[in-house]
Design a protein around this ligand. Structure first.
Ligand code: ZN
Length: 193
């Protein structure tokens, strides 16, 4: 990535304008430090923009065989790029290694890289799968993401608790229905706990 730094001052100015725009007094006690707080928070929430998934996926170790590796129920928080409201839920990842695997915590880090930026769920799902294919050089990758979108539930379009489910299949998961089914069964097995 280009290592672009965030401009805190601009964020602060923007939040101030929003507060004025909604008819608030940005100088009243409770709001005076809000632009600064949000600017700091955005550095964290959008920190994935300046990160590269390759950093987390480059350290692999050798394994014999190529059995599917599954990491499920990776909790994530992202921001919908259409409304800048959170969407959050769980990501489930599977890949079929070719001689090399990555530490399981690195899969969660990879999810974070793509979650911490203005996003749409479909793209995030695809980006995670593509990053695994590219950096792990695995035989296949599959990602399922289930999330609740605040822009739906807060505005009453959908009922709270309703989930949007997206998935992306690459490599052997596109060709091998059995593998695909196995993964979905494993993911479904985590429900209702
Ligand atoms: Zn939205």
């Amino acid at each position: 990535m280009d290592g672009k730094k965030m401009d805190r001052t601009k964020i602060e100015q923007g939040i101030r304008l929003i507060l004025e725009g909604i008819g608030e007094d940005p100088d009243r006690e409770g709001l005076a430090e809000t632009p600064m707080r949000i600017a700091r928070m955005y550095e964290e929430l959008f920190g994935g923009l300046t990160e590269d998934a390759a950093v987390h996926l480059e350290k692999t170790f050798h394994v014999e065989g190529g059995e599917m590796v599954i990491e499920k129920d990776i909790t994530f928080y992202s921001m919908c790029e259409h409304h800048l409201l959170p969407f959050y839920g769980k990501a489930h990842i599977a890949y079929v290694p070719v001689g090399q695997v990555v530490g399981l915590s690195k899969l969660a880090r990879t999810v974070e890289v793509f979650a911490r930026r203005p996003q749409v769920q479909e793209r995030m799902t695809a980006q995670i799968a593509d990053a695994l294919m590219e950096h792990l050089q695995c035989a296949g990758a599959m990602v399922v993401v289930e999330a609740e979108h605040m822009c739906m539930t807060m505005r009453g379009v959908k009922k709270p608790g309703s989930k949007t489910v997206t998935w992306a299949a690459r490599g052997v998961f596109q060709e091998n229905e059995k593998l695909y089914g196995q993964f979905l069964m494993m993911v479904a097995g985590s429900r209702g706990q």
